[in-house]
Design a protein around this ligand. Structure first.
Ligand SMILES: *[C@@H]1O[C@H](CO)[C@@H](O)[C@H](O)[C@H]1NC(C)=O
Ligand SMILES: *[C@@H]1O[C@H](CO)[C@@H](O)[C@H](O)[C@H]1NC(C)=O
Ligand SMILES: *[C@@H]1O[C@H](CO)[C@@H](O)[C@H](O)[C@H]1NC(C)=O
Length: 386
């Protein structure tokens, strides 16, 4: 409701005063020749798999019919974004076998954070490919891809052109793991909130660095309602047992919303600091929360229960994750899909969304209804006059 009002207010102000200025002088849809994506598992298309071993089956079964580096039964929001521009799905930068980067690259890896963390994966920590490392990789990719293009025709067909770096769409979906990282080392909510400004400072630095490399169009997802995900409710609800009407853990969603408020402020500041950039903030939180809290109205079932997992209230056990093999009484069991029909389920493995949910989310954000400014995806290169 609030959004609809804000939207119509925006359009009536703009269109009544200077209709042609909404998108500058050129109202044509953007022709993005490439997409460069940064983030965590919400948009990982093979990075963590390339570095630490493939996501096991049944991941990928719905669409790819085999594991495809994604933590989902099928496509992610970033895949639908690429498809909407007629571009191929993004290969992971870290995937050195068979990759074609002519239309972009994906620097996201599952379990990534904005800030470098002090605990490695083997210590129960997160991905070593934090956002600053993803930027180092992007910077290296930018320069070395251009050197490679001078080495022959095949390289010209595998690497983006120099001018594509300023014409590309830069997409971001990161922050969730920074928030949960604090809780997993037993920090209180106030301790987690206290480091949120530092997260946004580091995030803004990376956006400026990419702008310095020629990036101009930025599409930034805020962070989702992490308190509605089984891996959080299963592990952390004991320490903070408040749940809302949807059954989601309130303190964790409040921290996510606090992060999002600060992210929106950081984006506003970036628009002032980067005069040639078109930066769109996308309220993915509201879309995901609407999907989960109104699941049956949207044609989905059991929003808080994982489709692939094992045991408990949420069909989730962190020691028996989706696709893992566990030995019970000398017998090996594969933790597979336990739901009948993933197309009516939201949660795939306790941490990630199903393809059906990702498609639903994409369909809501693509037209700009959840964007600030209310710019559709295909107009994300147009800096809105302010
Ligand atoms: C990691 O440790 C360094 C040095 O103690 C500290 O400055 C930094 O804030 C720590 N990072 C995180 C994410 O806790
Ligand atoms: C890489 O993909 C592009 C677009 O799909 C295609 O035109 C190009 O031929 C591919 N490169 C190679 C070497 O196959
Ligand atoms: C957090 O607290 C739990 C329960 O008291 C304890 O088992 C765990 O070792 C603690 N973790 C860290 C990283 O301190």
């Amino acid at each position: 409701m609030r959004l609809v009002v804000a939207l119509s207010a925006f359009f009536s102000v703009i269109t009544s005063s200077f209709p042609s200025l909404v998108f500058g002088f050129n109202p044509d849809p953007c022709q993005f020749p490439a997409i460069f994506n940064f983030g965590d598992s919400n948009s990982d298309t093979g990075g963590l798999s390339a570095a630490f071993g493939q996501a096991p089956p049944p991941n990928g079964e719905t669409y790819f019919h085999a594991p495809a580096g994604r933590y989902s039964d099928g496509r992610l929001v970033i895949d639908f974004i690429a498809e909407s521009f007629g571009l191929p799905h993004l290969n992971a930068f870290l995937d050195s076998v068979g990759s074609n980067f002519s239309h972009g690259a994906n620097f996201a890896t599952a379990a990534s954070t904005i800030r470098p963390q002090n605990r490695t994966l083997s210590q129960g920590g997160v991905s070593p490919f934090s956002l600053n490392v993803q930027f180092y990789q992007f910077n290296d990719f930018h320069h070395r891809s251009q050197a490679a293009r001078t080495q022959g025709v095949v390289w010209q067909k595998l690497m983006p052109k120099e001018e594509d770096f300023s014409r590309a769409l830069y997409t971001f979906d990161i922050g969730q793991n920074d928030l949960t990282a604090g809780y997993f080392i037993n920090m209180s909510t106030s301790q987690v909130r206290a480091y949120v400004p530092d997260l946004l400072d580091q995030f803004s630095t990376i956006i400026k660095d990419i702008y310095g490399e020629g990036g101009r169009s930025f599409w930034i997802h805020n962070t989702g309602p992490v308190g509605c995900l089984p891996y959080i409710m299963d592990q952390l609800l004991i320490t903070a047992p408040q749940v809302d009407k949807a059954g989601c853990a309130t303190p964790f969603n409040e921290v996510a919303q606090y992060f999002n408020i600060r992210l929106k402020e950081a984006v506003n500041q970036l628009r002032k600091d980067l005069p040639l950039a078109a930066i769109t903030y996308v309220d993915v939180y509201s879309v995901k929360y609407d999907l989960i809290s109104q699941a049956s109205n949207h044609g989905f079932e059991q929003p808080l229960v994982a489709c692939c997992g094992h045991g408990g209230k949420y069909n989730y056990n962190r020691h028996m994750g989706c696709g893992s093999k566990v030995t019970r009484n000398g017998k090996q069991i594969l933790v597979g899909r336990s739901c009948q029909d993933p197309s009516v389920r939201i949660n795939w493995d306790g941490v990630h969304y199903t393809e059906a949910a990702n498609k639903w989310i994409f369909d809501r954000i693509v037209d700009g209804s959840y964007s600030d400014p209310p710019v559709p995806l295909k107009m994300a290169c147009q800096r809105v006059a302010n």
